[in-house]
Write a protein that binds this ligand. Structure first.
Ligand SMILES: Cc1ncc(COP(=O)(O)O)c(C=O)c1O
Length: 414
């Protein structure tokens, strides 16, 4: 057998990759670039420009304002249904594509808080993505409550590598906790939470749970209804390849559709959008999470990205993802560990998402030097080189070449 660190071995893995053909469905103008950041901004699907052109020239340019009644009004829900079915295990009418993740978090956290009016505490993790922490703090403050933080107090403690467990969460719960907010896949370590077990622990204490699926949507198959989750949000510009600033999504369990209230009650979430009289009356179902006017152009790009994942199938995406991350960890162990690089991602494939974070004191300088050489990962504070392995577009040879470049830089450092 060929040596596991050889390029020939990486080529053989690409040769037997059932998803290899999907890379050809993306625009890759510079094949020399080793792109390891598809978990931050996914690549451009080849179909996207035409899809956008149809909306711009055919719908906006030709049909003008008539396009709102000829399809645009329903598009956030049509794209939501498609995304929900392909990625979230959701049924029709459970998902909407709108706004950005931050705004959507504010909406669903506020809705969940209002469903527990006699409670005022939010549980969230200190290591959570900044926007989640800020929104959790603001929503709790606006209800005269507070956030009970999980995780270490000391900011100098390295971020945890293992997933938050149901026991960790249960230990923080008490009878004033209204909502727990957690990420499915941690943005730094890629640690993958057990949605079902944590959701059960939260429900046992009478609270609700909001899942941020930004790093899980399009990389890990989800079954939000089956896991018992209450609400979920996620972005569309990472593994979903919806483009920079692509609208995000919201999923809400059907059992909450009658009782949830949007704290940003906009006209597009009104039961009769064009009535324009009287007070706000929420639309039925997921539609009430709409705020203002959606972007028909941006929705076309999200739809093009979802279509590729739908075609590939999330089980195949996940199988390639775990193979890519395992291969990356093996190379890091062989080549980078001697230079003091630590793998800050769970080693058990069932406990991680689709990126690998490599910890080194010079992570920032290394990331910049890699980028200068055409190898593009990203840096995550305080000491992580984050290697994103988007399964539809990343080859095993990309992993090989990227980690080899990192080794060369470390060798040069001495
Ligand atoms: C885990 C997580 N949550 C939220 C966000 C913020 O998303 P947005 O910029 O769409 O508000 C990000 C952005 O990368 C993220 O990684």
């Amino acid at each position: 057998m060929t040596e596991a660190t050889s390029r020939t071995y990486a080529e053989s893995l690409d040769g037997s990759d059932p998803l290899a053909g999907f890379r050809l469905r993306f625009e890759i103008p510079d094949p020399a670039v080793v792109y390891l950041d598809g978990n931050s901004l996914g690549r451009l699907p080849a179909a996207t420009a035409d899809r956008i052109s149809t909306v711009v020239h055919g719908e906006w340019g030709d049909r003008l304002i008539r396009s709102w009644s000829e399809g645009w009004m329903d598009r956030p829900f049509e794209v939501g249904d498609r995304l929900g079915a392909a990625l979230l295990g959701a049924g029709p009418g459970e998902t909407v594509v709108c706004d950005n993740t931050t705004v959507n978090l504010y909406k669903v956290l506020g809705a969940a808080m209002s469903m527990r009016p006699d409670r005022s505490t939010v549980v969230a993790h200190r290591g959570e993505f900044p926007t989640d922490r800020y929104v959790a703090a603001e929503v709790a403050r606006s209800r005269s409550g507070s956030v009970k933080w999980l995780g270490p107090l000391d900011p100098s403690v390295p971020f945890p590598v293992s997933p938050v467990t149901a026991n960790d969460v249960a230990a923080a719960l008490h009878d004033d906790v209204a909502v727990v907010l957690l990420s499915v896949v941690d943005y730094r370590s890629a640690a993958l939470a057990d949605i079902g077990a944590i959701t059960r622990a939260v429900h046992d204490e009478g609270a609700l749970v909001v899942w941020d699926c930004s790093h899980a949507g399009g990389s890990v198959p989800l079954d939000l209804p089956g896991s018992g989750a209450d609400f979920a949000v996620g972005c569309s510009y990472k593994f979903i390849n919806g483009g920079p600033g692509a609208p995000a999504w919201i999923w809400a369990a059907p059992r909450h559709h009658g009782s949830m209230t949007n704290p940003i009650p906009g006209w597009m979430g009104h039961e009769d959008v064009f009535a324009m009289t009287g007070d706000y009356a929420p639309a039925p179902g997921i539609r009430r999470f709409m705020t203002g006017t959606p972007s028909a152009i941006a929705l076309a790009a999200v739809d093009a990205g979802v279509a590729l994942l739908e075609e590939a199938g999330m089980d195949a995406v996940r199988a390639k993802s775990t193979a890519l991350t395992s291969y990356c960890i093996d190379l890091a162990d062989s080549w980078l560990a001697p230079f003091g690089v630590e793998v800050a991602t769970p080693r058990d494939p069932s406990q991680r998402g689709a990126h690998v974070t490599l910890r080194h004191p010079d992570a920032l300088a290394l990331t910049q030097a890699l980028t200068d050489r055409g190898v593009i990962p990203d840096f995550r504070h305080p000491d992580g080189v984050r290697v994103g392995l988007a399964p539809l577009t990343t080859r095993f040879t990309d992993v090989h070449d990227g980690i080899a470049s990192l080794r060369a830089l470390l060798e040069a450092l001495g």
